[in-house]
Design a binder for this molecule. Structure first.
Ligand code: AMP
Length: 216
């Protein structure tokens, strides 16, 4: 490995709504992609900082890339970190972006189900853990989207989903019940990279932390 390779840093960002909030923060911290990520079909980009690349992937894949060291740094929602489960990376910084809540929700005006409850969710692991802690027996029905339809279609009694304004729930005849967790975007860092590449990673984290503070 050459000295140049040694200092190379790959940052895995979550595509979608988080990206739109995270890119300006990175720009403020002095890291900007050299091409317009929204226009290009590429998945990895050189940046204004030599040796630092940004890759853009699905949020659920960010912890995996960082855990295995294929990416040194990742930015991902706390919901996906909780769902991923393992904590084989550091989580040094809360960016306070893409804030929302992970909640249970049920049809408005329908009496709570007696006995075993069917819960539709994208977050199967979080849901199992949450209800186990409550001592409740449930069946998890794993879906990949449009969870709000599940109760009215008879697939589930309640859902566990991300809530921001609450408008999506309301539009589908649902109401939020219990808060499972407050969610925001977090920076995660590969453990070996934190040791081996601290000379690059620490100042970068410092600049990001300053950008977060400046935005508050
Ligand atoms: P809302 O109608 O404002 O409560 O938004 C809820 C919908 O937007 C949910 O279906 C979520 O999938 C999505 N959503 C809102 N905020 C976020 C976020 N920070 N991260 C991921 N998805 C979100």
């Amino acid at each position: 490995m050459t000295a140049t390779n040694y200092q190379k840093i790959v940052i895995a960002l979550t595509k979608g709504r988080i990206l739109d909030e995270v890119l300006p923060l990175f720009q403020q911290a002095g890291i900007a992609p050299l091409e317009d990520i929204h226009v290009s079909r590429k998945l990895i980009f050189d940046t204004t900082v030599p040796g630092v690349q940004i890759m853009v992937i699905r949020g659920s894949d960010v912890p995996t890339y960082v855990e295995f060291g294929s990416a040194d740094i990742g930015v991902v929602g706390k919901d996906l970190l909780m769902e991923h489960g393992s904590e084989d990376f550091y989580e040094p910084l809360d960016l306070h972006l893409a804030k929302c809540r992970l909640m249970t929700a049920a049809p408005v005006g329908v009496a709570p189900v007696q006995g075993r409850v069917k819960v539709a969710t994208k977050f199967a692991n979080i849901t199992k853990r949450y209800f186990a802690e409550q001592g409740a027996q449930i069946d998890v029905i794993k879906l990949n989207g449009a969870l709000e339809l599940a109760p009215s279609m008879g697939l589930a009694d309640i859902i566990v989903d991300i809530v921001d304004s609450g408008n999506t729930l309301k539009a589908n005849g649902l109401e939020p019940l219990a808060l499972i967790a407050h969610i925001s975007s977090r920076v995660i860092v590969n453990k070996a990279a934190m040791k081996m590449k601290h000379a690059v990673i620490n100042p970068l984290l410092q600049r990001l932390a300053e950008a977060v503070e400046a935005k508050k």
